[in-house]
Design a protein around this ligand. Structure first.
Ligand SMILES: [Zn+2]
Length: 101
């Protein structure tokens, strides 16, 4: 079975500690002590590194027995797709073409 790649654990740790929303959808953080998984930018207190496991998809975390977080709703995470679509729609609405971001 093909597994999507996730960033390195070190990068995941940094993204999670910084609550960096650019990593939304690239990996999911599951906390072994609570049984809950989150988005990287979840507003909940950051769990200790020793207590987390990273998953490439929300489905993988759910399959492993974790429940979705009620604050960041990781099961709905396709933020980067949504943002990209909104960006393209916004560019078209403004009549902009070939915008480099
Ligand atoms: Zn969360």
């Amino acid at each position: 079975m093909l597994q999507p790649n996730i960033p390195s654990p070190t990068l995941c740790d940094h993204a999670r500690a910084a609550k960096d929303s650019r990593f939304d959808g690239l990996f999911f953080t599951a906390v072994r002590t609570t049984g809950i998984y989150c988005r990287p930018a979840c507003p909940a207190p950051t769990p200790k590194q020793s207590k987390v496991t990273y998953f490439p998809t929300a489905a993988a975390a759910a399959t492993a027995g974790y429940r979705h977080c009620l604050r960041c709703r990781p099961e709905l995470a396709l933020g980067w797709v949504r943002d990209a679509a909104n960006s393209v729609a916004g560019d078209k609405a403004r009549g902009e073409k070939n915008v480099v971001r």
